[in-house]
Design a protein around this ligand. Structure first.
Ligand SMILES: Cc1cc2nc3c(=O)[nH]c(=O)nc-3n(C[C@H](O)[C@H](O)[C@H](O)COP(=O)(O)O)c2cc1C
Length: 366
């Protein structure tokens, strides 16, 4: 039995039943008005055995959208709709944080109010394609944010945090990874500003640190996690010196007394070695709880905790296919295989119909 992974852990004032976290995952099944649905409540409720759930990325404002059918956290109706999700998870004894998100350049005018161009630190288009209602289309060139537009954006994260609290979440996670707006500020491949938000690591980290300040002021820092992905190349991201950039980020985040720092090491198994090189640096620079993610198995995760590299480990695709992942880990039960064709959008199929141990064998997926 993986004892370390299944042992309880305290995050701020919250007691987590175990150190297994459900990683944030966009599933594109929100309803009209970017509302959480009853099916989403079922999905998250089924996975409440995790020590902590981090929801799918949720836009902090109407112009933060990056994909179709993602939920928002900027209207009263959205707060109300999320309540069914937080209730379902709490009724099952779980804990749930909302992931706060702005897509930045990783978007498309067809997804944004009045067909406006996506915004970014600099007017540099990402190579690759946007996922729109019309299918995959090339990313457009984003509009570089004017200096005066930055404070309202930071405030939007603070407002979203207030709304998340009102919706019954236990905390929020600031999405500063995977090539979305905050990450676009952090890395020099996407940030070529010449003002106080570009240039040195300190300047590039300023946006994240000001967002963190706003979000923590709106709640308490120990209800706020931050997610970074220093080596992630998804969304055409790069940095000339990720060690320097993210050591600085981790050192600066350390002064907030955050719930945790969530580090995506790699999603590409071939990059795992590279990923492992940065997380120990982050671990040294940041005294609070560290959550690791990226290709972990039960045994690798248990080892990371025993070795002191992580306090928590999050699981993505394994949680899509295994609502009862904790029980499977506990009893060394085989895992269901996730069906990639139903990851993004669709119906209940591949979303709330994965069998738990003991369910009808006819429900078993390929
Ligand atoms: C379907 C899907 C959707 C995802 N959406 C998000 C997201 O909304 N926010 C985020 O930070 N990461 C997202 N990710 C990345 C996961 O959180 C995680 O980093 C990745 O799956 C690697 O972990 P794993 O190897 O345990 O699956 C997504 C991954 C998948 C498979």
């Amino acid at each position: 039995m993986p004892r370390a992974l299944l042992s309880a852990f305290r995050v701020g004032t919250l007691e987590l039943r175990n150190r297994v976290v459900m990683a944030p995952m966009t599933r594109n099944r929100a309803g009209a008005g970017e509302l959480a649905t009853p099916m989403m409540a079922t999905y998250y409720g089924q996975r409440a055995g995790a020590g902590l759930i981090v929801t799918e990325a949720s836009q902090v404002s109407a112009d933060a959208v990056g994909y179709p059918k993602t939920p928002g956290i900027h209207t009263d109706a959205q707060v109300e709709a999320w309540r069914q999700v937080t209730d379902a998870v709490h009724d099952a004894g779980g804990r749930i944080f909302l992931q706060l998100w702005h897509a930045g350049r990783a978007s498309h005018p067809s997804l944004l109010p009045d067909g406006q161009a996506p915004v970014a630190p600099s007017a540099i288009a990402a190579a690759g394609k946007a996922f729109t209602a019309q299918g995959l289309v090339p990313f457009p060139e984003p509009r570089a944010l004017a200096l005066a537009e930055i404070p309202p954006l930071i405030a939007a994260f603070g407002h979203a945090s207030v709304r998340a609290r009102a919706a019954g979440f236990d905390g929020v996670e600031i999405h500063a990874g995977n090539g979305y707006l905050i990450d676009q500020f952090l890395r020099d491949g996407t940030n070529q500003r010449s003002d106080g938000y570009g240039g040195s690591p300190a300047n590039r980290a300023r946006f994240l640190l000001e967002v963190t300040e706003a979000v923590a002021a709106a709640w308490e820092a120990n209800r706020v996690g931050v997610r970074i992905s220093p080596l992630q190349t998804f969304n055409d991201m790069r940095d000339s010196d990720p060690t320097r950039t993210f050591r600085y980020v981790a050192e600066e985040l350390d002064r907030f007394d955050l719930a945790y720092l969530h580090v995506v090491e790699a999603v590409n198994p071939n990059a795992r070695d590279l990923g492992l090189a940065i997380s120990p640096i982050v671990r040294c620079a940041f005294d609070g709880p560290v959550m690791l993610n990226g290709g972990y198995t039960r045994d690798l995760a248990d080892r990371a905790i025993v070795d002191g590299l992580a306090d928590l480990v999050s699981f993505g695709s394994a949680y899509i296919a295994n609502p009862d992942l904790i029980e499977r880990f506990r009893h060394h039960h085989p895992l269901n295989t996730p069906d990639r064709t139903t990851f993004y959008g669709g119906t209940a199929e591949g979303y709330v119909d994965y069998p738990a141990i003991g369910d009808e064998p006819t429900l078993l997926r390929a």
